[in-house]
Design a protein around this ligand. Structure first.
Ligand code: SF4
Length: 416
């Protein structure tokens, strides 16, 4: 019987992956998309264990990391989206012990949506609900054809489900709202693609609320009112609708109020859920683990005396680096020097930094201490939380001499 593994290429965490290995290496990966195959095949440029740019053994690197974090008055721990829940919980414990700032990438992407879902302000569902029940799917500022390549084929548009026996075209309507004609928009078709101007999402949502209230919808950018009324008509008839929220929508909204208004109206006239299109495989896990511990999902500062948690935008990775309020950093499975604006991230290279990662990247190239860890979901197991909040067990496939990130964090914590 075949054994199935989980792909950690994105937060869909596809659990139907089959692999063939040879001489301790991944030979072939079946069922995964191109992004998943690249992920499962591991690093092309593995990280080395170093202290001050010189090769070191892992015990010395861990001792140096503990020394840096122990001496720091305001350390920052950032990353987490590519780590198992077990490692994330240890990172939260370490932050509590040393009074650190703690943050992850949700701080500047899906965070507000995840927070609203955890606080039960937005109605949500599982990916399996979408596969079995969804008849109207809106991709809003999202392009899963590229970001989550198996979303449409495995869960949302194409598959047959218990209540959607005929699958796409006959049983499902896919709609795309975006500022550009993405590959997902092409799949939805021209008559189901609503191209809005940059920053026009809030206005388009309010126009849709008007149309759902049988009023004439108006936008300052002159979107064809007839098309908005037609869209409202499709949404009203949905038996099980879902809005898949991508970064394009999140970056366009100043706050979530227009989305709350639209979801309230949709659930007055039909039945709609929201799905956050989370990128990193366990970003939602970090948000949930921190929420359970502190009531906050990110941007948290622990006091060094009592380990009490505070939350605020000033504790975000962006603000702590911009304001130079941190004096050391531990970066876990992330590359902020590549992903944050240089004006903000440059400061990271000026303070003692520790990078724990299976692969070399720009951030690790500037770190004082680098500690290679096992590749999550390939060289180590554990648990992770899918974009819909479902916990998934990861199985180890290949052996490695590297410690897992959880083991490294435990050793650093013990050494401080
Ligand atoms: Fe992996 Fe995501 Fe592709 Fe699924 S869709 S195989 S989880 S990268």
């Amino acid at each position: 019987m075949s054994e199935y593994y989980v792909c950690t290429g994105c937060a869909l965490l596809c659990d139907d992956i089959e692999v063939e290995t040879e001489n301790g290496k991944m030979k072939t990966v079946h069922a995964a998309c191109r992004k998943g195959v690249a992920r499962m095949k591991g690093c092309s440029d593995p990280l080395e264990c170093t202290v001050d740019g010189e090769k070191a053994d892992v015990d010395s690197a861990i001792a140096k990391a503990a020394e840096i974090l122990g001496k720091a008055e305001n350390p920052l721990i950032f990353g987490h989206g590519n780590s198992s829940s077990e490692a994330q919980k240890l990172s939260i414990g370490l932050a509590k012990k040393i009074g650190a700032y703690l943050d992850d990438t949700s701080s500047f992407c899906q965070g507000p949506i995840i927070e609203a879902i955890l606080q039960e302000k937005l109605k949500t569902c599982t990916l399996d609900d979408i596969r079995h029940k969804a008849d109207v799917i809106i991709f809003w500022g999202a392009d899963p054809s590229n970001s989550h390549p198996r979303h449409l084929s495995r869960y949302s548009y194409f598959p047959r489900g218990k209540e959607r026996q005929r699958g796409w075209e006959e049983d499902r309507t896919a709609i795309c709202v975006d500022v550009r004609k993405s590959e997902t928009a092409v799949i939805c078709g021209d008559n189901r693609f609503y191209q809005i101007p940059m920053g026009g999402d809030a206005e388009f949502m309010d126009a849709l609320v008007s149309a759902l209230s049988s009023k004439v919808p108006k936008t300052s950018f002159g979107f064809d009112a007839k098309r908005i009324l037609e869209l409202a008509n499709v949404l009203k008839k949905a038996k099980f609708g879902v809005i898949c929220v991508g970064l394009g929508l999140i970056y366009s909204l100043e706050d979530l109020e227009p989305l709350f208004r639209l979801m309230d109206k949709l659930n007055e006239v039909s039945n709609f859920n929201l799905m956050p299109m989370v990128g990193q495989y366990n970003m939602r896990g970090f948000n949930q683990n921190l929420y359970e511990e502190t009531g906050f999902i990110n941007r948290t500062k622990f006091s060094s005396e009592a380990g009490e948690a505070e939350h605020g935008s000033e504790f975000s990775v962006v603000e702590t680096l911009r304001n130079k309020t941190v004096d050391a950093a531990l970066i876990l499975g992330s590359d902020p020097l590549s992903s944050l604006p240089l004006s903000v991230s440059r400061y990271l290279a000026e303070i003692p930094m520790i990078a724990i990662d299976p692969c070399r990247n720009l951030t690790s190239s500037k770190a004082k201490v680098t500690i290679p860890c096992a590749f999550g979901g390939v060289q180590s197991g554990g648990t992770a939380v899918r974009m819909d909040g479902v916990e998934v067990e990861l199985k180890k496939i290949l052996d490695t001499e590297n410690l897992t990130d959880a083991e490294i964090l435990r050793k650093i914590t013990e050494a401080i």
